[in-house]
Design a protein around this ligand. Structure first.
Ligand code: PGA
Length: 252
């Protein structure tokens, strides 16, 4: 038996203005408050512009707040960037780092992701480190090798089950409506846990949460979340409505 508490995390990406972001967060806060004690942990990661506003909307609901990225430095001459310390100051408990859209659109390497994760830890926040293979890599039979290399390269020193969550997101499953089979998801998650054990030791690896991400919806969440090494979800599209996101959380 493990004591890993499932994490249901919403990645809003570049979506949300004040009105719709506030109503989404307030709707979730209402559901959470009405639900009382729940087994899962819920996290929402709005765009930077809404973080302070959403912190107010979430209030004392117990839903955690996170950001989608940060800079690796604490402060300084980095126009347009945001540090982990600033995110903590704004009310965040988590920061997503190394999402495939950052790796692709902003050329982020494993080393960049590792430095950002280290900055998240230094600020006292939890890092959600994303990994996952592309479709071409999958077709070439490189799924495990790619994930192995991303773990080795992106995991900072000092990572523990308390300050780090891994999100396995096959790039080809993000926003496409396609997902690997349940067996494939479980196999990759078990492999990732084995790799984590090699880096961090058995007990940290056994306690670390590994989320699945990529076209998770209310309709497929239950079976994905029931897999032995799946400890929650990182959800994009379906985190943008109360009905879908709460529906996923309820299926834990
Ligand atoms: P999706 O995105 O749920 O829309 O596929 C997941 C993600 O990119 O984190």
């Amino acid at each position: 038996m493990t004591s890993r508490r499932p994490l249901i995390a919403g990645n809003w990406k570049m979506n949300g203005l004040t009105a719709d972001g506030s109503s989404l967060a307030s709707g979730l806060a209402e559901k959470m408050t009405a639900a009382g004690d729940v087994f899962f942990e819920m996290l929402v990661c709005p765009p930077f512009t809404l973080i302070s506003k959403i912190a107010d909307c979430l209030g004392g609901s117990g839903i955690a707040l996170g950001a989608q990225d940060c800079h690796a430095n604490e402060k300084g001459a980095h126009t347009g960037d945001i540090s982990a310390a600033m995110l903590k100051d704004a009310g965040c408990a988590y920061v997503i780092v190394g999402h495939s859209e950052r790796r692709t659109d902003h050329g982020e390497s494993n080393e960049t992701v590792r430095d950002k994760a280290a900055a998240v830890h230094a600020a006292g926040l939890g890092a959600v480190i994303c990994i996952g293979e592309t479709e071409a890599e999958r077709d070439a039979g490189q799924t495990l090798d790619v994930n192995k290399a991303q773990i080795a390269g992106s995991l900072p020193e000092g990572a523990t089950a308390a300050n780090t969550v891994i999100a396995y997101e096959p790039v080809w499953a993000i926003g496409t409506g396609r997902t690997p089979t349940n067996d494939e998801v479980q196999d990759v998650h078990a492999f990732i846990r084995g790799e984590l054990a090699g880096h961090l030791g058995e007990s940290e690896a056994a306690a670390m949460r590994i989320l699945y991400g990529g076209s998770m919806k209310p309709g497929n969440a239950k079976e994905l979340l029931a897999l032995a090494d799946v400890d929650g979800g990182l959800i994009g599209g379906a985190s943008l409505t109360v009905e879908d996101f709460w529906g996923i959380a309820e299926s834990v």
